[in-house]
Design a protein around this ligand. Sequence first.
Ligand code: 18C
Length: 257
Amino acid sequence: DRLKRKSVSISVDSTVTPAVNHKLWPEIEKVTMQQLHYARLGVGGAGGWQLFAEDGDMRMYRREEEADGLVVDPLKACHVVKGVTAREVCQIFFSPEYRSGWETTLEDMTIAETISNDTLVFLQTHKRIWPASQRDALFWSHIRSVPDDQDPDASDLWIVCNHSTEHPQYPPNSNKCVRVYLTVCIVCQTFVDPPKDPNKISRDDITCKITYCSVVNPGGWAPASVLRAVYKREYPKFLKRFTSFCIEQCKDKPILF
Ligand code: 18C
């Protein structure tokens, strides 16, 4: 109840974002909700998830999948991070000003369109892996909070969903880059332990549970063995670097629930 009261004041009602008037809105709404559902499904049972990396509380799973001969292995990762809230982690993942501080594969980032303050379209170019062509990605990115319908007493969930899109100004496969196609989400929830007067909560009392899901289609041929080696190296590196970046950014700031 304590957490619920805290989060009600900051939850963003999706129906009030000006993004609802944009032509992409039906897709943004649908994909974000699908990704939230998908992220919350476990990794056990018949899902076929294989654990491929583990470090402290971080677990990374993948499923080997191909589409038209290209490796598109879906990835799902879980992590538990102390000292930060769901809102802070999602805000850092979404906001362009932090991106170069944690995104290790990034070469360049442009905001292709500002749909609203919770919805942006990004064009990113990524570092080239020799001898493959350089890759770029054009995707909308949307942040929101949603009530936890599986536990109405728990704090709100925060999600950022990134999904490839098109833009007349940025056609694919120009400027030497092969375009990748991605669907990515990060879903976070804050837990406060031990239960406390909201005014006395310190960063030592908070934990953020993170689920990160990603599917990236490389867009053009790249050797499967090289791709899988890149995945195996780059995803754990990303999540470790991203979460320590969040802790570092937040540690001396007031807690943002
Ligand atoms: O989700 C993440 N970041 C978000 C904000 O940037 C956003 C972006 C996703 C980009 C997806 C990957 C784009 C291609 C990357 C090329 C690889 C460069 C490696 C350089 C190493 C020096 O959602 C965090 C994303 C974490 C990315 C991990 C790596 C994913 C690898 C995907 C491979 C795709 C094709 C690479 C082709 C090269 C073939 C040898």
